[in-house]
Design a protein around this ligand. Structure first.
Ligand code: SAM
Length: 278
């Protein structure tokens, strides 16, 4: 039962949605069923749910998985879920901040984890960057995010939303925008449109860089000065002479370079650095 921004838990207690934890709880059963269909959990699989909250998705995930780990930061909601799933040895509730949680504590098996969640929108970008550090452990990730973030994730070269988030996540994953979810499906209603997105880590990286931290530096530096040409925005990290060794128009702006272009720039910088260190 819903009243204002508080929701009745199934032990009869009321929970007041906490804005600081990005709490917008799903209540629309048709939307919940559609998300579960998109995830398509199976009883042989290891699932990780981020921010289970009051368990809108958890019930179906728990009944259709070999193992379900849930990471929830809100102590009250975690306690509620612990009492609900305490007797189920396939389900564990981990009271922790996902940004401090290492996926490697759950499994060592490459490509085994299916990560899902209606993410707290206030930290969705740091969560994506955090998870991708363990991309080799992940089979796929299905998330609810705000539409604007999904547009950045799926943005193609030359598009308005093309930038650091999309490029770095596309480096590791194939990304599909599945469908939008109306605000009316949540309590309280978010002020933004929400979307379901699926990220599937590549088994073989399509454009591997010699050094990913160097690639990150190049992309960050380029997009910090979005309006400048390549030659000017990258001046601090690579000379014009070295840049001109690449078959690239140095008058281009950051949004006109492909991921493969950024990898070529990064490889020149890291090659030179390795050479100098020898
Ligand atoms: N899954 C529920 C649903 O769909 O109704 C709740 C989704 S709500 C948008 C986000 C959930 O993430 C909340 O339960 C919130 O307490 C939890 N949360 C917020 N920050 C978190 C963090 N840093 N680590 C883990 N969980 C977090």
């Amino acid at each position: 039962m819903r009243r204002g921004n508080s929701v009745k838990l199934d032990d009869g207690q009321r929970h007041q949605a906490r804005k600081r934890f990005g709490q917008n709880f799903l209540h629309d059963r048709a939307v919940i069923a559609r998300i579960i269909d998109a995830i398509a959990p199976a009883d042989t699989q290891h699932l990780l749910e981020i921010g289970p909250g009051q368990g809108a998705l958890t019930e179906a995930l728990a009944s259709d998985s070999a193992r379900l780990d849930c990471v929830e930061l809100d102590r009250d909601l975690a306690a509620h879920l612990e009492s609900r799933y305490g007797g189920n040895e396939r389900v564990s509730i981990i009271r922790q901040d996902i940004l401090k949680f290492d996926l490697a504590t759950l499994t060592e098996r490459a490509g085994s984890l299916r990560v899902v969640g209606n993410l707290p929108y206030n930290i969705s970008t740091p969560v994506l960057f955090h998870l991708i550090k363990r991309h080799h452990l992940i089979k796929d990730m299905t998330f609810m995010l705000q539409l604007e973030v999904v547009q950045r994730l799926t943005a193609k070269i030359g598009e308005k939303n093309y930038g650091r988030l999309g490029l770095m996540l596309q480096y590791y994953c194939q990304i599909e925008h599945l469908f939008n979810v109306p605000s009316a499906a949540f309590t309280p209603k978010p002020k933004v449109v929400s979307s379901i997105v699926r990220l599937t880590p590549h088994t073989v990286l399509p454009s591997p860089a010699r050094d990913v931290s160097c690639l990150q530096l190049v992309i960050r530096t380029a997009f910090n000065q979005r309006r400048k040409t390549l030659k000017n925005s990258l001046k601090a990290i690579i000379s014009e002479e070295r840049l001109s060794a690449l078959p690239l128009d140095l008058g281009l702006r950051p949004e006109n370079l492909s991921l493969a272009d950024y990898v070529s720039i990064s490889d020149i910088i890291s090659e030179q650095r390795d050479h100098e260190e020898q």
